[in-house]
Design a protein around this ligand. Structure first.
Ligand SMILES: NC(=O)C1=CN([C@@H]2O[C@H](COP(=O)(O)OP(=O)(O)OC[C@H]3O[C@@H](n4cnc5c(N)ncnc54)[C@H](O)[C@@H]3O)[C@@H](O)[C@H]2O)C=CC1
Ligand SMILES: O=C(O)[C@@H]1CCC=N1
Length: 292
């Protein structure tokens, strides 16, 4: 599964601080696409030795949950990717700040957490790349939004872009738009999976075996996405081509309309963005609590 790079694109020590599903998605992409040598990737977790052993055997990366080793790895890293849950970020950043030197690049993928709050918690004006990837990064089909703190120079900007370009497409946005982007591409895969779950269930209820219903659903979603990408046509135009007047598709779409499908999806994206902002405010309040 893990191919060793002959000439990796990036020659930096990259520490993933938090070794959960999103960190693994990025690491898998980086290693399998030979962007960085496995020996230059370090994955740190709070406790689970089993999880770390699994990551080491899958990707050949270095791993640790030992506090002394963790400190050493963090101090020697060129890039530290923050990949813990928002609830664990305050404590981790406060402990991390005093270990850092000014040229170490921080890349955060923590939903909601602003650059300003991160710099406050670290207590340093560290160069920070705020990112919002998604789990499809693990197969090179990620969509990542990036915003940069003003301390990020051109080479660190390039480095941040290289990491995420290796695992999909990237787009640079104003930090203010990161919550909306989270609602579209960060959390978006979950909405599509939910739709797929419903389609598979409908197939089964209609008498198709699970395997067939799944295969047909997967290919339909894949084909629909590719059609938009390859034809350059608007989704609405492609939808119209499927929909014969008074035909079966129209009948189905009318049911979706009765369920307010379009506005429900928009409301879900908006609620996701709002929740991202709420999570950011909670972290900001924790910072303020300490400041005053
Ligand atoms: N899962 C997703 O689709 C996406 C997640 N994110 C963000 O990525 C971050 C991680 O999410 P997941 O990977 O889904 O979570 P996860 O729960 O799978 O992984 C988080 C890991 O961080 C570790 N951790 C927590 N505190 C730590 C500490 N002080 N030192 C070392 N390790 C520590 C935990 O043990 C856990 O293994 C979150 O902040 C989330 O907002 C961003 C984009 C997409
Ligand atoms: O659910 C979450 O909070 C994270 C952020 C984007 C995807 N998962």
């Amino acid at each position: 599964m893990c191919q060793q790079p002959s000439t990796p694109l990036l020659n930096h020590n990259i520490v993933f601080y938090g070794a959960g599903s999103m960190a693994e998605a990025i690491v898998r992409g980086l290693i399998n696409r030979s962007v960085v040598a496995a020996g230059n990737v370090i994955m740190l977790n709070r406790s689970s030795t089993e999880r770390l052993a699994e990551l080491r055997s899958r990707y050949g990366v270095l791993v640790s949950n030992d506090p002394a080793h963790k400190t050493e790895y963090l101090q020697n890293a060129s890039v530290i990717v923050l990949a813990m849950k928002p609830k664990d970020a305050t404590e981790a950043l406060k402990n991390l700040g005093p270990l850092l030197t000014p040229n170490q690049l921080i890349i955060s993928m923590i939903a909601g957490l602003s650059i300003r709050t991160m710099q406050g918690l670290l207590g340093t004006r560290q160069p920070i790349v705020r990112s919002m990837p998604n789990t499809s990064s693990s197969i090179g089909l990620g969509a990542t939004g990036l915003a940069f703190s003003k301390e990020v120079d051109e080479s660190n900007r390039r480095l941040g872009l290289n990491i995420f370009e290796a695992v999909g497409i990237t787009t640079v946005i104003d930090e203010d738009r990161m919550d909306t982007l989270t609602g579209i591409s960060g959390s978006g895969p979950a909405y599509i999976y939910y739709m797929m779950e419903a389609m598979i269930a409908a197939g089964i209820r209609g008498g198709l075996p699970l395997e067939q219903s799944t295969e047909l659903t997967v290919q339909t979603v894949l084909g629909a996405a590719r059609m938009v990408q390859q034809t350059g046509e608007e989704p609405a135009a492609l939808r119209k081509k499927v929909t014969s007047p008074n035909g079966s598709t129209q009948a189905a779409l009318e049911v979706l309309e009765r369920g307010d499908f379009f506005e429900t999806v928009i409301a879900a994206v908006n609620r996701c963005a709002e929740r991202s902002r709420e999570m950011g405010s909670i972290l900001e309040k924790e910072l303020m609590k300490d400041t005053y």
